[in-house]
Design a protein around this ligand. Structure first.
Ligand code: GLV
Ligand code: GLV
Length: 334
């Protein structure tokens, strides 16, 4: 008898086909995530879970799932999973690093350019008739934005995604500075990026782009004090996790002009309520947590999660194991 995997959303057929070679597959076929209670009852009967970042895999759920041996997340981030608790229970946790680096870096640049050159605002300006009403085809002072060449790009979190964003910034003729838990001599050498303390990063950046994972240390890392240290002309970009920025502080910063603009793909609460104060600012570009959303990347992510589950079912250590210590607690396999 095959082990049972519960897949919390419809994913690509290719991934489900791979899974069905090793597992009895059950797929949650609604567009919305399974409610917590449903997730709990499914997990209780499952040997494996295939999860998304919208599924709360907390210690309560893990403890109530006696058969569960592996949680394979289709995302690079895994702040929705209590990994420490999983490790203590001998449950493997995997993610999908690397394959979404390019898509996420490209989208970060879409946001940077959109905010710097007011692309969304410009579209609305034309579409809703303001340009027409002003009766001027071209005006020297119309839609002025920020030129990137010669400006400073601050990268907060110099992992795979941060490095790729920095590299592209170099091609725009920007000066690159960064702050990260550890220094990256290879990247400093390759693109001439300079290390800064967090405070100096905030003070010097014209564009500040966040590429950190969400952890206890990074939650609300950017609050009032930090936003006040930024330039009044600076643009804050977040494609990491919403909760790295204190949203209330950000709203205050935008309202009082501590910074010039923001471009956000991630939020403390997703989906973002359309009545949220953030939606009222013209100088804020919003996106629905979609930075990795290219067909190529999402397929690779889906396959990678399935491959981790396939390896585990064959008694192998999954290639993208997050909690490496778990192998000392339980061997892979069912
Ligand atoms: C998306 O946010 C991911 O972590 O993959
Ligand atoms: C994620 O892939 C990162 O390391 O930035």
């Amino acid at each position: 008898e095959k082990p049972r995997v519960f897949v919390t959303r419809e994913v690509f057929q290719e991934a489900l086909e791979l899974l069905s070679k090793y597992y009895e597959v059950e797929v949650w076929d609604k567009y919305q995530p399974p409610p917590y209670d449903t997730l709990l009852s499914k997990a209780r009967e499952a040997d494996a879970l295939y999860t998304l970042l919208t599924d709360r895999i907390d210690c309560n759920l893990l403890k109530q799932s006696p058969r569960l041996r592996i949680v394979a997340q289709m995302a690079v981030g895994f702040d929705n999973i209590d990994v420490k608790c999983a490790t203590s229970l001998g449950i493997y946790v995997t993610n999908t690093p690397g394959v979404l680096t390019e898509a996420t870096a490209e989208f970060t640049w879409a946001l940077i350019l959109a905010a710097a050159r007011r692309v969304v605002e410009a579209d609305h300006f034309v579409r809703w008739g303001e340009w027409w009403r002003l009766k001027t085809g071209w005006h020297p002072m119309m839609m002025l934005g920020l030129e990137l060449r010669g400006k400073t790009l601050g990268v907060l979190g110099m992992g795979r995604i941060g490095s790729r964003v920095a590299e592209i910034g170099k091609a725009f003729g920007m000066k690159i500075i960064y702050h990260s838990r550890s220094r990256k001599p290879d990247i400093e050498e390759k693109i001439g990026a300079e290390y800064r303390s967090l405070e100096n990063l905030l003070r010097e950046s014209d564009i500040l782009s966040i590429h950190l994972p969400l952890t206890e240390e990074t939650r609300h890392l950017i609050g009032e004090k930090e936003l006040k240290q930024m330039k009044r002309t600076a643009i804050l970009v977040n494609t990491g996790r919403g909760a790295i920025v204190d949203t209330e502080a950000l709203v205050k910063a935008l309202r009082e002009g501590w910074i010039a603009a923001a471009a956000l793909d991630v939020f403390e609460e997703e989906p973002l309520n359309p009545n949220h104060p953030l939606t009222a600012f013209k100088n804020v570009v919003l996106a629905p947590h979609a930075a990795s959303a290219t067909r190529e990347t999402r397929l690779r992510m889906a396959m990678m999660a399935a491959e981790n589950l396939a390896a585990f079912a064959q008694g192998k250590v999954p290639p993208n194991l997050v909690n490496k210590e778990v192998v000392n607690i339980r061997r892979p396999g069912f």
